[in-house]
Write a protein that binds this ligand. Sequence first.
Ligand code: C2O
Ligand code: CU
Ligand code: CU
Length: 461
Amino acid sequence: MPSLSGVVFTLFPVLPVVAAAGWWAAPGAGTANRLRTVEVTLTASPARLTLQPGVTSDVFAYNGRVPGPTLELKEGDRVVVHFRNELAEPSTIHWHGLHIPASADGSPFHPVAPGTQHDYVFTIPIGSAGTYWYHPHPHHLTGHQVAKGLYGAIIVRADDDPLPASLPERLLVLSDNRFLEDGSIDIRDPLKPSGRVDAENGREGEVVFVNGEVRPTLSIRSGQVQRWRIVNASAARMYRLSLRGHRFLHVGSDGGLFEHPVDTTEVVLAVGERVELLVRGSGIPGDRTVLEALPYDRYIPQTRPVNWREPRDLLVLQYTDESPVPPVTIPGRLRPVPALDTTRVTAKRLMVLTQHLINGQSMDLTRVDERARLGATEIWEIENLVGMDHPFHLHGFQFQVIDRNGVPEPFRSWKDVVNVPKHQTVRFIVRYDDHPGKWMYHCHILDHEDHGMMGVLEVTR
Ligand code: C2O
Ligand code: CU
Ligand code: CU
């Protein structure tokens, strides 16, 4: 029986498999055709946990943990998640970025009532290997439930992953939170003056977590190349990531690997986005360095935090005393990312972002804002009219960014979130190749989404 624990590279425990059945190899087929069912239970319930060192807080947790357990999957897996909602409020689990049927999307259309349970059943498409995440998505309550602790990572692996299997992997789930003196999570009423800044900026906290820990230490051996998967699970905070004294090889984004690695010194990770970075241990044994979040100004001047210019240390990278390992060769070609065909575009959609609105409208579950045909290829133009960044997310379909403020995207990648900086315009191309139904699109600053900066795309046959 395959066990998820056989593929653990994470810093915290992976989800235990309740049952894994239907594992077989089709006659004459390679391993890529092996199918298995991964069956897990995720229970959302109130819990009392130590999030910040030395203090306990009342939280919401998946299976008693914050972040929730990491879901380790493979392309082709059939996934059955038994979700139990033991909260006193409706919830859902949304599988952020996965290309799966609308009925399994955990969107605000399908709330799971308090005290009830719901099964999510879906299959992981071939070609979708990458880093994803899961979080609640009940109407108006997403920000609240994520702030209380409900979020977790998903790793999808491919049998034909082009990167050397010998690279040690690290998963970094970034989040932040804010606490009151007594340890309780500080969530403010957006209608009260004290909550106004949260409603405007999106809620940020002074305590930044990596996998639920504050400034953890990771180790690396001199010469080693590590594969880091990073998820931004924050409600509003964006991270301009830099590893002091080091460069990154940026190899992947939301929907998986690029065609070629890209050498860089920093990466901006907007809310909801993921990256895969290769980190080369160019230091000597015993060295140490820090992964920093450098200042990034996503704010309007009126509500910009006073300390926004201060870099933050996210984690310490400590070199072991072991002798350097021999260099590893990283392939220059990773996998094809076929360009969506712009000559087949049948519609162009304009999304105008203003504060808390898309095209002047606030989210209404009874309204369909955009209608499209299954199989259609379209261009979306997202125009941000205001002086604050809005990270735009589309459910269900990975897209390719065409240009940002008229500057062609330097390389192709599959994305489900794209940051639209203040007063800028971003265009992407998307094809609805499968899965008719109603899909959400929204700003992923959770306070903005909860206050209506969301719309509905209906894809029909
Ligand atoms: Cu990460 Cu609509 O979601
Ligand atoms: Cu999503
Ligand atoms: Cu926004």
